[in-house]
Design a protein around this ligand. Sequence first.
Ligand code: SAM
Length: 194
Amino acid sequence: MTSESQPRTTQEFIQQLLSPQRDGTLDMLSILSFSEISHRDRVAEIGCGPGYFTPRLAKALMDGKLYALDTDEEMLDACRQQVTAAHLGNVEVEKCGEFDFPLEEGSLDGVFLAFVVHESPDQPRFLQSIRRLLKPRGWVTVLNWHRRESENGPPLERRIDPEAMQQMVREAGFRYRNWRDLNGEQYMMTLRNP
Ligand SMILES: C[S@@+](CC[C@H](N)C(=O)[O-])C[C@H]1O[C@@H](n2cnc3c(N)ncnc32)[C@H](O)[C@@H]1O
């Protein structure tokens, strides 16, 4: 969030992240179609927060499995409530470390990263840790804020533009696939493990 609209508490941030207003700017159908997700995949949503995306992803993984991971207990509690309310049996909500995830290396078909990369104090290490979780040719979908002024979103200096993101993911060993604008303020990018 920019300083003016920065939520003061985690609970305020949770309310903001679960706000139905997000449905107007994040078209889940487009996000899923542009992702390489398949209904049988084993996927980690890293930085799941309070679970705005979690039920939507879990429903796209009808015959698969979703691991919703976050470093923050309050976010995880809120995410568990979303999962329970949606009666989803294919989701595990678990705490992770900044660079350590409770999953076997090489075990995932895909990773979904929504508005989390900019929060990492060591983004190359974060991306490399994620790459180790993926099977060969596993996919990653990244959602990020454009590096431009907007009413909401993280401070400008923490934002990563698509060009810088492309370079960072290549340096982390990923194969860059594509990116597309989502709503003028946010974009998504797709990657592959080689
Ligand atoms: C801006 S919120 C986005 C939450 C959710 N993806 C969404 O868009 O609604 C970023 C979340 O990432 C979590 N986070 C930050 N660094 C993380 C890390 N290294 N591993 C896992 N989660 C992390 C934070 O606790 C927070 O819940």
